[in-house]
Design a protein around this ligand. Sequence first.
Ligand SMILES: Nc1nc2c(c(=O)[nH]1)N[C@H]1C(S)=C(S)[C@@H](COP(=O)(O)OP(=O)(O)OC[C@H]3O[C@@H](n4cnc5c(=O)[nH]c(N)nc54)[C@H](O)[C@@H]3O)O[C@H]1N2
Ligand SMILES: Nc1nc2c(c(=O)[nH]1)N[C@H]1C(S)=C(S)[C@@H](COP(=O)(O)OP(=O)(O)OC[C@H]3O[C@@H](n4cnc5c(=O)[nH]c(N)nc54)[C@H](O)[C@@H]3O)O[C@H]1N2
Ligand SMILES: [Mo]
Length: 769
Amino acid sequence: MAHDDDTVHYDGPSGGFGSLKGVARIFGKEWATPMALETLRRQNKPGGFMCVSCAWTKPEHPHPAEFCENGAKATLWELTTRTCDPGFFAKHTVSELKEWKDYDLEQAGRLTHPMRYDRADDRYVPVSWEEAFDNIGAELKALDPKSAVFYASGRASLETSYLYALFARLYGHNNLPDSSNMCHETTSVGLKKVTGSPVGTCQLKDFSLCDAIFFFGQNTGTNSPRFLHTLKDAVERGCKIVTFNPVREKGLIEFIDPQNPRQMITQKPTEISCLYYQVRPGGDIAAIMGMIKHVLAIEERQWAETGHHLLNVDFIDQHTSGFDEMVAKVKATSWEEIEQESGLSRVDLEAAGQVYCDASKVIGIYGMGVTQHVHGSQTIGMLVNLLLLRGNIGVDGAGISPVRGHSNVQGQRTVGISEKPELVPYDNLRRIFEFEPPPEKGVNTVEACEGIVDGSILAFIGLGGNFVRAIPEREEMEEAWTRMRLTVQIATKLNRSHLINGEVAYLLPCLGRSEEDIQKGGPQSVTMEDSLSMIHGSVGRRKPASKHLLSEMAIIAGIAKATLPPKPTIKWDEWVGDYGKVRDLIETTYPDKFKDFNARMFTPGGFFKGNQARERIWKTESGKAEFTTPTTLSAMGVPDKPGRYRLITMRSNDQFNTTIYGYSDRLRGIEGTRDVLLMSPKDIAAAGLQHGQVVSLVSDADDGVHRQVDGLTVTPFDLPDGCLGAYYPEMNPLVPLWYHDKASKTPAAKGVPVRIVTEVGVAGPPGRR
Ligand SMILES: Nc1nc2c(c(=O)[nH]1)N[C@H]1C(S)=C(S)[C@@H](COP(=O)(O)OP(=O)(O)OC[C@H]3O[C@@H](n4cnc5c(=O)[nH]c(N)nc54)[C@H](O)[C@@H]3O)O[C@H]1N2
Ligand SMILES: Nc1nc2c(c(=O)[nH]1)N[C@H]1C(S)=C(S)[C@@H](COP(=O)(O)OP(=O)(O)OC[C@H]3O[C@@H](n4cnc5c(=O)[nH]c(N)nc54)[C@H](O)[C@@H]3O)O[C@H]1N2
Ligand SMILES: [Mo]
């Protein structure tokens, strides 16, 4: 819908009736069955199953329905009655399926049988599990272990992830990239550097004690909607929320709680952010710099006038390092530079800084808008700088809280999915399993891609996910992928990564989390860790989509058994028969975090794995919380230049990563298509383009590589100048593989340098200076 200000947007609030309709529209009749409703009722409840969508925490006292629009979509997506069986694969060649859209591939339904790719016939054909395991085992045995990669998309349970990492190390490598490498690796590296902890310090109770929350680049309304309830409660008791985001995201503007009858009747939304700033992509370092400049000015004035500090000087003295250098840098930076890089005015940044000064307890929140930039780790450092000034880490009601993505992405790292051996307690592994784990660092996602391109990686096992679709540099990667010897995908639904095959390829279907998992020892439960470091048990009760499915645990163990020689300390069958035994192993390996694991796994609200930064024990290089001095004001990896735009690759309200539920980005008012190029009306005019014109984007990364995406409809949207928006994963061919956060190699998907191309040539400005 176009509006009086000529941009496409949505008038309603987030939540409310729209969210219920959003679910009904996609699932129609399937959604209203007693079976589906029963499953949804158990979602995120103690003794129920943990949502397969986002990682937001599951409270101790859940709402009657503790799920959101997008959690319901994710669950119903898994529960579908459609099946993608051998008959489907007999009908369609793989080449033919490559022409299908992501949406249509997953619409085929749940995978039902283990399948092998028959290259001669270009089709998947059914195989027995034994044959699949034996062949995969034989292939892996024939390879140098260092040439194999075991990828994990952050959904698999703690139990499966632990065994998967153990398998990799027994086999002989640390090549364990995780979806988190494309996501919050910037946190794992950048936040750890300054606080000593690779994860957030907040707990749920902090949100009921804080006075202000600062949001940087996290789209709560779409990506962690249950969090909106927490925010609404905070606002209603007087907490101030200040948001920095180039896009005016509905969920952070206003919200109607669909579970609040009064609000549903009155349709009067709660205003979420009191201040909302449309920062330029990559402009957060400068924006926070401006806020800090204001805080320092107020400190000086207050000290002179009253003799009382605004800053928490005792905390700064005792607990931090690097303060003076950071302050010197802030003072030496002019407002002019700050305004230029942030795209925000001094007045606005002072107002935001004043909210910080007026609040005694502050929480900082961030998501992909911070982590997916070339200098994303510096932005995290800046946000921590701001918090440290008044001791806002390590006290109740304050802290830093990155909002994680996949439902167990944080947990996978906790139990050993890591390419970095120093993050894994090798001594405990040696003692428990009596083997020598590989000392060499393994590959992360970007390095795995480089290895696939240069031919050093020859085998890929995917425990969930849609790797080839999610990574940068799609054209080159798809081509390189087929040169691998072995590709194995463990999945619930068909996706594009299953169609780009190595010489030998298997597609292995697994149980979903909502499904019952019966092993020798009876029905099994699993566990995961949420964004706030709470560990929860989860029990699936649904009848599996097919009787041929195995659990992820059984599949990993099956491949491992076929690959590795037997060893008395390694008991795959026993572990698969009773997942409780794997929890015992996790407890023995990580005794501090998982004490009494089996006994505590169903604690309502989960149990906290602990966080030393929260206790002001700083496991950093200096032994203190570290102020960092930024080396740049822009998180972008390339400078502005004429004709160059900053492209944000975004998620719609109808997708979970590469899974596309539908074509409605309801909260942004974009309907019926994903092939849009969002652009400010001013930029459209300046570039000499028309609303509705179809254009192409080409890479402008100054590396001589031609990258292009065609067929995008110019759509007026409220965005800062020089900034474009378009959807992930469609835009991934435009992201160079080398364009990533400097410290962590997280691909910089939020500040991609591009030009706009029309039939007549390159379109005009911006790209200032
Ligand atoms: N329904 C649903 N839920 C999901 C997912 C999903 O796809 N669908 N994905 C899951 C996963 S794996 C993850 S990692 C999370 C992702 O959740 P988020 O962290 O919210 O990630 P995005 O939606 O990619 O982008 C976040 C926001 O960053 C803003 N942004 C872009 N550039 C900048 C910038 O330079 N500065 C600032 N301040 N903001 C910027 C964008 O406008 C957007 O609103 O969500 C998880 N939950
Ligand atoms: N340009 C751009 N690129 C990005 C991003 C971006 O914002 N912009 N975001 C990045 C981020 S944050 C992430 S996390 C990655 C996502 O990358 P991935 O995690 O690799 O991708 P998903 O789309 O989450 O994976 C979806 C597939 O997982 C499988 N699946 C679903 N449930 C299960 C299950 O229970 N078990 C198993 N075994 N398989 C299952 C299904 O087959 C489904 O097709 O993409 C990254 N790429
Ligand atoms: Mo993610």
